[in-house]
Design a protein around this ligand. Structure first.
Ligand SMILES: Cc1ncc(COP(=O)(O)OP(=O)(O)O)c(N)n1
Ligand SMILES: Cc1ncsc1CCOP(=O)(O)O
Ligand SMILES: [Mg+2]
Length: 212
């Protein structure tokens, strides 16, 4: 099964990205989504090669944000696609069944569509405002997650749901209680000066139910 914590990378240059990803891997993250927006193909490809070899070294999953063809070319473990990116069923036709395809959702209907189209996991958000992403969809808050997860249960829709957007350590337990599977985080991991402790604390909360 997938790891419950996905790190979404940050950095304005190839070097910054590689540094941040290396630090996150060293601190115990084992799922990385490479997110490097508005860059040349050459730089994105160069970064992807570096991230792939780092993730192989740390036995971590490596998925690419947005770019299905780069994910295919570099033989990444998968891709994360937003509501305005390539359609999930098109991506599945290209990547086949062995690769991970994640899809962004903001509503129950988005989740229903993604499941029909063969998505592997959902990134549901945003939980709250975050400066990491521009043009955010409507904020869901805890009650938004609760309502959507309840609807999924009622309609017997089963797929791992990751909460995303402005999540901090103290949000994890209440979010997990809504029925989500895990979380995707960028800012607080990138900015932490105590990454190993933070990731340990996040994992304790994420896996609390499984341990009991
Ligand atoms: C796990 C996860 N969930 C949601 C997103 C957001 O994807 P998208 O809406 O395509 O926005 P960008 O990240 O491309 O700006 C994500 N990346 N990861
Ligand atoms: C990519 C993305 N999509 C919705 S919120 C977000 C950014 C999440 O990053 P952070 O954990 O820094 O808020
Ligand atoms: Mg996208």
């Amino acid at each position: 099964m997938y790891n419950k914590l996905q790190y979404i990378s940050q950095g304005n240059t190839i070097e910054e990205q590689l540094y941040n990803i290396h630090q996150a891997l060293d601190a115990g993250c084992n799922w990385v989504q490479m997110r490097f927006k508005d860059q040349s193909f050459k730089d994105t490809f160069t970064l992807a090669e570096g991230v792939k070899s780092l993730c192989e070294e740390y036995l971590a999953n490596f998925i690419v944000n947005d770019d299905l063809h780069l994910a295919e070319q570099i033989a990444a473990d998968g891709v994360h696609l937003g509501l305005t990116d390539t359609k999930i069923d098109e991506a599945r036709a290209i990547l086949g069944t062995t690769k991970i395809i994640g899809g962004t959702a903001n509503t129950f209907e988005d989740i229903e569509n993604h499941v029909k189209n063969g998505c592997d996991y959902i990134g549901l958000g945003p939980f709250r405002f975050t400066a990491t992403k521009e043009k955010l969809s409507p904020i869901l808050g805890l009650s938004g997650y609760f309502d959507i997860l309840q609807k999924m249960k009622k309609n017997k829709i089963e797929i791992p749901v990751y909460a995303i957007g402005g999540i901090t350590l103290r949000d994890v337990s209440p979010l997990m209680e809504t029925g989500i599977y895990g979380i995707a985080i960028s800012g607080i991991i990138t900015e932490s000066t105590e990454k190993e402790i933070l990731i340990q604390q996040l994992n304790e909360k994420l896996y609390a139910k499984a341990i009991v």
